[in-house]
Ligand binder design. Structure first.
Ligand SMILES: Cc1cc2nc3c(=O)[nH]c(=O)nc-3n(C[C@H](O)[C@H](O)[C@H](O)COP(=O)(O)OP(=O)(O)OC[C@H]3O[C@@H](n4cnc5c(N)ncnc54)[C@H](O)[C@@H]3O)c2cc1C
Length: 464
């Protein structure tokens, strides 16, 4: 429970309506979207300006309260769970789009702005913000930067971090800094913005972000390909890339995922196939036609069961939306979903699918796999029940074995969801003691008292 004098200071600085300490609110804000993880904070504040963030952080520092930054809490690795209690600073009332600069092709917005709201605002000006996490309707841009979120279009256009030009943030000691700017080139001093991208709220709290924008593609075409063996779908992905074609989107769904999605949205996906690929090409009409023909040639060569071009924009949108529903669709049919974020070099797609199939059999688990196949970024998802201890043990053993292979093949333990609380062990395996030691030195330089998002990314000295 938060001491009365701290609560009074917070109310005085931020306003009564922006400070929450009732049991029900605290309970809810102890979760993100990661199953099996919860810890309630002692108090939650909703700043409405950078100065209010600074004031809250100063109070926390003086009172030695741990601080956990939070956007929408849609994270999938436990990053916004206040595992040491203390204060949650929730940015979602800082949601103004401050400027769309059509001369410099940039947008500047507060960190709590919802991703899709910003993308739609720039689209209304004839501009394009490509990063499109499947959670774009709920996630904040601050959370996106802190996890370096990917999305369906990231194969061709890159991830959130590739669009960050400048950040305004508050450091744990209360200093407000700007890093970056609207300059296309900038090598003045250390690039703090690049250090802050994907730092999972452990180094600073971001309050404003400037992103670069690009002109939208002139035209798009969506192809849908069906396979009666998921390894063939994996081969198709590798072959399309090897043919030097980079679609904007190349997403996969396996049979379990297709059936869950079809149960949810009923758009007529075939239930008896082993996997489908959803492929989008975009750009100049001549390029789109050439790339589409190249992809169809590969699909014929690898013997896809069937493929067709979406009849119109409505069908293309329906298919992309169905793919975005994959996780929610699986969550409807299973009490718990344990999802991972394994990413491998794209040449290893087929063998990764084979490994997932073999391990699912070994541990007697139902696993649905979907993801950003073109990025080599897969989300094998165990349909399970948190209350079944034996099943959870088998699910963790499944991922343990899978990550051993992923690391052997030069992959990574997280393509986009971050390390947070859930994957500290795996990160230690990937980067080794030297890598962890350097990260701890960086953390210490920003946050010598260790008050900002403690317990995340790597084990505390007491834990290790
Ligand atoms: C159905 C579903 C689909 C998803 N699809 C994708 C996908 O396609 N691609 C993808 O990459 N992710 C996806 N995610 C994961 C998640 O949506 C992203 O990680 C997203 O970027 C998190 O944003 P958020 O605002 O919810 O952040 P939170 O979950 O609130 O926070 C995430 C991390 O950032 C920190 N943080 C948040 N805001 C700030 C700030 N302003 N300053 C400092 N630190 C901050 C938090 O402390 C935490 O460590 C999905 C999640 C769900 C539930």
């Amino acid at each position: 429970m938060i001491a009365k004098n701290i609560l009074n200071q917070l109310i005085q600085q931020l306003g009564k309506e922006n400070v929450v300490s009732t049991e029900e609110d605290l309970l809810v804000l102890g979760y993100d979207a990661t199953p099996g993880l919860h810890h309630a904070p002692d108090v939650v504040v909703y700043p409405t300006s950078t100065e209010a963030v600074q004031a809250a952080m100063q109070i926390a520092r003086e009172e030695k309260l741990p601080i956990t930054p939070r956007g929408s809490g849609s994270g999938l690795s436990g990053g916004s769970i206040p595992v040491k209690g203390g204060m949650v600073i929730c940015l979602n009332r800082m949601n103004k789009i401050l400027e769309i600069d059509e001369e410099n092709l940039t947008v500047t917005a507060e960190a709590g702005t919802i991703t899709l709201d910003m993308a739609e605002a720039v689209a209304a000006k004839g501009l394009f913000y490509p990063p499109d996490p499947a959670s774009q309707k709920i996630s904040t841009i601050g959370g996106n930067v802190m996890e370096d979120a990917g999305g369906l279009r990231c194969l061709k256009y890159g991830v959130t971090g590739d669009y960050v030009m400048a950040l305004k943030c508050v450091l744990p000691d209360g200093t407000i800094i700007f890093t970056g700017g609207k300059n296309v080139k900038d090598v003045a001093g250390y690039s703090f913005k690049d250090l802050l991208i994907s730092s999972e709220g452990t180094l600073a709290i971001i309050t404003e972000i400037t992103f670069r924008l690009i002109p939208p593609p002139q035209t798009r075409q969506t192809l849908l390909a069906y396979f009666d063996d998921i390894k063939t779908a994996g081969k198709a992905v590798s072959e399309i890339i090897a043919a030097k074609i980079i679609p904007s989107t190349m997403e996969i769904m396996d049979k379990t995922t297709i059936n869950c999605v079809e149960d949810y949205v009923a758009i007529g996906l075939p239930r008896n196939i082993a996997a489908l690929l959803l492929i989008e090409v975009d750009g100049h009409p001549a390029v789109v036609a050439e790339e589409s023909a190249g992809i169809q040639e590969v699909l014929k060569q690898v013997k896809a069961t069937e493929f067709h071009i979406a009849a119109n924009d409505e069908e293309a949108l329906e298919l992309a939306t169905a793919r975005r529903f994959a996780l929610s669709a699986m969550a409807r049919v299973s009490p718990s979903t344990l999802m991972e974020d394994a990413t491998v070099p794209r040449s290893c797609m087929s063998q990764t699918f084979a490994e997932i199939e073999q391990l699912a059999k070994k541990y007697n688990l139902t696993v649905g796999t979907f993801g950003h196949a073109g990025d080599g970024n897969l989300h094998p998802t165990v349909l399970c029940d948190e209350r079944d201890a034996d099943q959870m043990k088998r699910a963790h053993a499944f991922f343990d074995d899978l990550y051993t292979k992923v690391l052997e093949w030069g992959g990574t333990v997280s393509g986009e969801h971050g390390i947070g609380l859930a994957k500290k062990d795996y990160l230690a395996r990937q980067v080794g003691p030297g890598g962890i030691a350097v990260m701890k030195r960086i953390k210490n330089a920003f946050d010598p008292d260790g008050i900002l998002n403690p317990g995340k990314i790597f084990f505390d000295d007491q834990e290790s």
